[in-house]
Design a protein around this ligand. Sequence first.
Ligand SMILES: C[S@@+](CC[C@H](N)C(=O)[O-])C[C@H]1O[C@@H](n2cnc3c(N)ncnc32)[C@H](O)[C@@H]1O
Length: 288
Amino acid sequence: MSIERAKRQYQSFPGSQYILPSDIIERDRLALQHRVLKQALENQLIRPPVSLNAGDRILDSGTGSGTWLLDIIEMVSPDVILICIDIEPRLFPTTCPQVISRGKVDFSVCSITKLPADWSESFAFINQRLLIAALRTEEWKEAFEEMHRTLLPGGWVQLGEIGTLKCGPVTEKYQSLLRALFSFRGLDLDCVMHIPLLLKDTGFTNISVKKHSIPLGRWAGEMGIEARDNFIGAYVGMKDAILSAGGFGFVKTEVELDALHLALEKEWDETEGSIIEYVVFCAQKCTL
Ligand SMILES: C[S@@+](CC[C@H](N)C(=O)[O-])C[C@H]1O[C@@H](n2cnc3c(N)ncnc32)[C@H](O)[C@@H]1O
């Protein structure tokens, strides 16, 4: 799992605190992550009771390599328009045959915290998955205000974020390290706890929260191994952010951080019941 820091590529969007890379290794991890989440969600990639008709527009915020988009592309009518945004275009799946043959898929570089002024009341549905390592505390509020502004009355938003990790002492230590990193960057490691109230305060209604437990480690068979490799892969992607900030008193060198990742992996493998929570939120913009 040791990957030299120098080889990773990161985004450079002005003001962004996003700590994960945007490169080929990350693209492969996002594909693995999508498989893990899809299984945890029992294939339910669109949860709100949204009915999509010809001409309706869907926004996928923070689309990355488009893992979610490429999966739902066949599920929605070819006359639905798919708009994808990300602060970093490197992984956009613009050359994927499904995207090219379908048409009506648009990619643009843009932050969810500041959508174009002329997108007001234009989307029937907004999906956003895993911006926990990207949005600063105040940016969550801005993002929800932008989602609310750009949704049609009665439109739905669906969010998926990572919650608590449950395992043992190494996991606890790693969570403390993550907490220090997130706080240093102004990010919100506990965003799943704050999202419902933020949605309510923004004016959303019909807010629902569903928690999914994803087993981590060898004890849980193939799914546990895939989930383990995905989340350790995400932590490896944060190496640059951890080490460039001095390791927060938990590690000093890359060798020490690699050793911590190996210990984490071992703890998950050997501790039956190790899980990570994935939380799905749905909310609706009032019709009036
Ligand atoms: C962990 S990836 C998840 C990608 C995709 N949603 C998925 O589930 O496969 C987070 C993505 O959010 C993007 N991102 C970060 N900050 C953003 C922002 N302010 N607005 C839009 N996208 C952002 C990143 O560039 C990255 O592609």
